[in-house]
Design a protein around this ligand. Structure first.
Ligand SMILES: [Zn+2]
Length: 125
């Protein structure tokens, strides 16, 4: 039981789903969901509704605490490369891997090894 994670949604216990209704007959309550793994909001919420409830209640405080974005941010050409591939279904033909610049639309071929290598990048930091 102690390995279970509690959903951090502020209203999780108020949603009347069958799985939240727990307890002995005559003493049942709707309870916050407990799971061995939660899959929303970095493993803190049972679903999108609970994530959105938390964000609605605490989002402003969290943003003010960690720093509100006050200026437009820019993704420049030098950092706009992304990996992609054209899928080839024939067994005798391999997929075509490439780097593509989202701004200039320039395309450069990649090997499959370069495509799968998370450390290989054309983006400059
Ligand atoms: Zn929840």
């Amino acid at each position: 039981m102690s390995d279970l994670k509690l959903c951090q949604g502020t209203k999780c216990h108020t949603y009347n789903t069958k799985d939240r209704l727990k307890g002995q007959q005559g003493n049942k309550t709707f309870q916050t969901r407990r799971r061995s793994a939660l899959y929303y909001g970095n493993g803190n919420f049972c679903d999108m509704r609970c994530l959105n409830d938390w964000l609605y209640d605490f989002g402003n405080k969290a943003i003010d605490h960690f720093g509100r974005t006050t200026e437009v941010q820019h993704l420049t050409e030098e950092k706009a490369w992304y990996k992609d591939y054209d899928w080839r279904g024939n067994a005798d033909e391999s997929h075509r891997y490439y780097y593509r610049n989202a701004i200039t639309k320039e395309q450069r071929s990649l090997t499959e090894e370069q495509y799968n290598n998370d450390n290989y990048t054309l983006n400059t930091i």
